[in-house]
Design a protein around this ligand. Structure first.
Ligand code: ZN
Length: 305
């Protein structure tokens, strides 16, 4: 039966061996299947994550977890899968811990630093009691506006949050959620390098991975980024393929039932998997049977169902 892993070994192996593992957001049934298929076909580990908004859309955190596990069974998924809450607040992080997500991100960046740290520690305690991994955000990731990209993470905060027990650290280093604006100044590699040296063992996370040029992605991975969050890239791939399906008038082909949602959504769904495979090659994600992954997945299992 399908089970989830917390991914700590996976991301540690990635940082050690200078590759990254993608963290991909799901939005619905098709997205979930497209991501599971991409992982199965490339034999790479998969982190599926859900934002609070997408979880609400899909019917709640339990619906998302049940969907992922059921599809893992249906699709005979034999690569490790991590289910992560993306940008959770305190309440949603606690809810996902109770539900048995294998990883949660507690995003307290808009709280005063003391309160963020105190709440992060509480989440770490609750999560670690159950073998669940925790990600925190330091600095501020930009929000699709302003070419300077949010607020830089400080080296001091990196050390403090790692000392608080955080397993993965999302750093503001000029990265931005959504589409990168004209005139974006690029990633701040000097700061990334300082943080990576201050916390030499913890996997660092790059949010807003969609639309960053390949050479910057590769450099960030060399410096310590081990998890790259990708969402917009796949939304754009889905949108372009769906637009083409309709512009080619395939939805009007009544003989072939081109209007059937299962057919209407097929091209977009395939495009997500194709785009994912391209990102996996950019990030150099090691297949599970390669020596670079060097992870004992059975031992890391939790939440057996
Ligand atoms: Zn993010």
């Amino acid at each position: 039966m399908a089970y989830l892993v917390n991914g700590n070994d996976i991301f540690k192996a990635a940082r050690e061996n200078h590759y990254a593992v993608g963290a991909y957001n799901t939005n619905n049934l098709e997205w979930t299947r497209a991501l599971l298929r991409g992982a199965k076909e490339t034999r790479t580990p998969l982190l599926i994550q859900v934002s609070t908004g997408a979880a609400k859309y899909m019917g709640g955190y339990k619906t998302v977890k049940d969907l992922v596990l059921n599809e893992m069974n249906n699709m005979d998924i034999d690569v490790p899968v991590i289910l992560n809450l993306d940008h959770g607040d305190f309440e949603s992080a606690k809810e996902c811990i109770a539900l048995g997500y294998s990883s949660v991100m507690f995003d307290g960046h808009n709280l005063p630093t003391d309160e963020n740290l105190a709440k992060t520690k509480e989440i770490v305690k609750l999560a670690h009691e159950r073998g669940i991994s925790v990600e925190a955000e330091i600095g501020k990731i930009g929000e699709n506006q302003g070419a300077d990209g949010g607020e830089l993470a400080s080296v001091e905060d990196a050390k403090t949050f790692v000392a608080a027990g955080v397993d993965k650290l999302a750093c503001g280093i000029g990265n931005i959620h959504g589409v990168y604006p004209e005139g974006w100044t690029g990633l701040n590699f000097d700061r990334l390098k300082e943080i990576a040296e201050a916390v030499p063992n913890e996997p660092l996370v790059l949010h807003g991975g969609s639309g960053i040029p390949q050479d910057q992605i590769e450099k960030a991975i060399q410096l310590g980024i081990a998890k790259i969050n990708i969402n917009t890239e796949f939304q754009l791939a889905f949108q372009a393929a769906t637009r083409k399906y309709i512009e080619d008038k395939m939805d009007l082909d009544k003989g072939n039932k081109g209007y059937d949602p299962r057919k209407l959504l097929r091209a977009g769904t395939d495009a997500i998997t194709d785009s994912m495979k391209e990102m996996i090659s950019w990030m150099g994600t090691a297949p599970i049977d390669s020596k670079e992954s060097s992870v004992q997945f059975d031992e890391a299992s939790l939440n057996e169902e």
